[in-house]
Design a protein around this ligand. Structure first.
Ligand SMILES: *Cc1c(COP(=O)(O)O)cnc(C)c1O
Length: 404
């Protein structure tokens, strides 16, 4: 037992360090469904501005009903990985629907987008190849690349000249295949990758292009198909990118699950070799059924998408008029720049007292001196919700001397 005590004491000191440095993450407990308003375990009701519930589907009646129906017809769990006895007709139907939606040939489901990225690079690329990655790519992309033996090149965030430098260098160093990989939308900034320019550069240097579109699938682009559509790379229903990873855990219902989509042979090899697919359970039938209903909803009507973008436009305009300093852009991720970490924390705390749930981000999640409150809008927010949010920001901002 001595080893256990020593180890636990060591871990305890690590935790103290996190608390001392202000990096300890507290979890606020919600007692009910995810939505535009949430009830906390302590009874407070808050306006929720920090969920990835972009289309308001997390508790949408049609989505919940589809999940219930799927459980009735296909059971609760699969008790298997896909290749043993874990593939149902509905899993294949969802893969086909996602492929059609994204403009690809085939799609493979994972338990999470984290797993899709974790299992993407290692089966497809070897030490003979090169992967060129944006410095701000999601943690799961970074981890996935680390698990792979390909040579790694990193370019400064969204810097096309630096991307080209990496592509040239990878070629000069003799790479067989080169893949440039980027988040479609970057979660801390709401910035949108310049995929059109990236495609031109990749073509010029004989490279593949892949994206993680977790903050875009379902609502970015004229018909919500993602960043490739928004940047003009979806032509005649065919995606002009080689690989797309994404999540079912954000706009597409928000439960869990992820996927990788691309050319048929590539997806086929992932089914043979991708470790998080081979050695982890099949997606639950309820999620599969609900995801099919989500795609029905999105293909039937642009209503939720339109409401979301209206909300984003209205909120950005109202906050700018109130004197706040927003990162420019259009995406429903709206970073309200505070710069100072303590002020960002104080602002989030005051907003909470005023009934608004928004989270402050500071170093090391964002660069030093770039602290901010990140707001995420939803199609489920009403105009009254957003007016309440802006009024609370205005009041808290005045008290903290952030706005006049
Ligand atoms: C949220 C997110 C993920 C992880 O998605 P999960 O399905 O929850 O694992 C991966 N990549 C990006 C860019 C994300 O924003």
């Amino acid at each position: 037992m001595k080893a256990s005590d020593e180890f636990t004491a060591f871990i305890g000191r690590e935790l103290q360090g996190l608390r001392r440095d202000g990096l300890f993450k507290e979890e606020r407990v919600i007692a009910g469904a995810q939505g535009p308003r949430v009830r906390l375990a302590d009874g407070r009701e808050l306006l929720n501005l920090c969920a990835n519930n972009y289309l308001g589907l997390s508790a949408h009646p049609r989505v919940v009903r589809a999940a219930q129906e799927a459980m009735a017809s296909h059971g609760y769990g699969m008790s298997s990985v896909r290749f043993i006895c874990g593939t149902q007709d509905r899993h294949q139907a969802l893969e086909a629907r996602l492929s059609r939606f994204l403009g690809t040939e085939d799609t493979i489901l994972y338990a999470a987008a984290f797993d899709a990225n974790g299992g993407l690079f290692e089966p497809l690329f070897t030490e003979e190849d090169a992967i060129v990655s944006d410095t701000l790519n999601h943690a799961s992309v970074i981890d996935g690349i680390r698990l792979c033996k390909a040579r790694r090149y990193r370019y400064a965030h969204d810097d096309m000249a630096d991307l080209e430098r990496c592509l040239r260098q990878a070629r000069a160093e003799g790479a067989r295949f080169v893949l440039a990989f980027t988040d479609g939308v970057f979660s801390m900034d709401g910035s949108v990758a310049q995929l059109d320019r990236m495609r031109v550069l990749c073509d010029a240097h004989g490279a593949l292009l892949g994206i993680d579109d977790s903050h875009a699938t379902g609502f970015v682009g004229a018909s919500g198909r993602g960043t490739h559509e928004h940047r003009g790379l979806l032509v005649d229903g065919v995606a002009g990118v080689d690989l797309i990873t994404g999540t079912l855990g954000k706009a597409l219902g928000g439960a869990s699950g992820g996927f990788t989509s691309g050319r048929r042979e590539v997806i086929e090899l992932l089914r043979q070799r991708s470790r998080p697919y081979l050695f982890s359970n099949s997606l639950a039938p309820a999620i599969v059924g609900a995801s099919l209903a989500v795609l029905d909803l999105l293909e039937e009507s642009a209503g939720l998408r339109d409401t979301l973008w209206d909300n984003a436009r209205w909120f950005r305009a109202a906050m700018t008029e109130a004197g706040f300093d927003l990162k420019p852009g259009e995406h429903p991720i709206v970073p309200i720049m505070v710069y100072d970490a303590h002020k960002a924390q104080a602002l989030a705390a005051r907003l909470l007292e005023l009934g608004v749930y928004a989270v402050g981000f500071f170093y090391p999640v964002v660069p030093q001196g770039q602290a901010r409150i990140r707001v995420q809008l939803s199609a489920a927010h009403t105009r009254a919700d957003l007016e309440h949010a802006v009024a609370a920001f205005r009041q808290a901002g005045r008290e903290l001397g952030l706005v006049a």
